[in-house]
Design a protein around this ligand. Sequence first.
Ligand SMILES: Nc1ncnc2c1ncn2[C@@H]1O[C@H](COP(=O)(O)OP(=O)(O)O)[C@@H](O)[C@H]1O
Ligand SMILES: [Mg+2]
Length: 454
Amino acid sequence: MHAPDTSPRQASTVHAPGTPPSDVLSPANFFEASPIPTFVIDTAHVVTHMNQACATVLGVQAKDVIGTRTLGQIFYGHDRPILADLVVDGATDSALNMLYQGHARPSQQNPEALEAEHFFPHMGAQGRWLYFTASALCDGEGRLVGAIETLLDITDRKRVEHELVRAQEALNAQLALAHDQLVQNEKLASIGQLAAGVAHEINNPIGYIFSNFGTLEKYLADLFEMLTAYESAEGAVADASTRAQLKALRERIELEFLKEDIPSLMRESREGIVRVRKIVQDLKDFSHVDATQEWQFAALVQCIDSTVNVVNNEIKYKADVVREYVDIPDVECHASEINQVIMNLLVNAAQAIGPERGTITIRNGADDKHVWFEIADTGSGIEKASLARIFDPFYTTKPVGKGTGLGLSISYGIVQKHHGQIHVQSEVGKGTRFRVELPIVQPVEADAAATRPA
Ligand SMILES: Nc1ncnc2c1ncn2[C@@H]1O[C@H](COP(=O)(O)OP(=O)(O)O)[C@@H](O)[C@H]1O
Ligand SMILES: [Mg+2]
């Protein structure tokens, strides 16, 4: 425990009340001691005062400037009025605007004074932003004798402002991009759902048409057998006019032709129905409605084939599809997303092929950790300068309505999410080859591993 200190605290210096400070401060002392860069000009625009702070900012010796009119040169690198000159001359708004491009205005503290901001590229290593104020100096009778101007270096503030604006712009761009991707994902998801819904609805009627068709074919075969029996019995009909009637009827309906044509009509129709069933199945596979958005092992070749069928309409008039498949293991993926990548690459390949019929070659392969597939076209190829940009969102060389510039950027995102890689090789006039490589098994996420119970 300390004893309480009762003695009065001792000030280090004490002025006796009533005695003035030892030396009286003159205005010149204030001026010189002020850390705010300041100078004064007279009505002839000649510099009469300049403090040390100002000389330092301007990188000059005060004594070299005082008595001259060189401040225009020092500030701007050429002869022109400075703000103080404008105050002395009672500058008009239009002169102010012309010289400072709207960055000069009456001071908020003193409406008689002017303030402005300007960038001086000649000052310092990388130029300086200065904020300056100038106001009129009057003598005891209110007569104008000159102007005083102060400077403030606001380079750091301006830089921070600039960085903030840039950061905000970048953020806005990112937001816009994220928004577009969301919209696009949403759109694709709803198209997928629509396709799946339609496929499901068609599936049922196609099912019974297909099964009835089998029955119908069997019935027809029975009927034809019966008909043949009747035909061979025809000779045994005693009544000549009945026989003639039967013959005329047979000729009118061209029975021989029907016997040939009905089975071939049935065969073609059956093929049609089989194709519809396949398309429905492909749509279902493609949209993967049955599958939840969970990682699952899928057969890449099946993904490719069902997607080729879905976009066949885009391809079949332009190119032959050549498949060079080898056996590869199933790959852990979101199959509907991988289908989307395949679809984008296929449609791009088809669209790159000109009026002359081309070829789209699909290859695949695997090593012990990865599988890959390649989609190569004999299309236009991609210029070197464009190659770096094709994965950028909204980069497209296609006319409005045909290209959105999103296909490759979305595909890139999907492949990244799968911890895979997408590469492109292209030669103008020869064609382009996209190669997608995916890990067979997805790496265990570090954070998922951390939270996994031991
Ligand atoms: N197989 C290809 N052959 C030639 N150019 C291609 C090919 N694939 C993509 N490109 C180029 O990349 C651009 C971007 O492709 P993408 O992102 O799918 O957008 P979009 O197809 O809507 O233009 C295309 O506009 C095209 O210039
Ligand atoms: Mg595309």
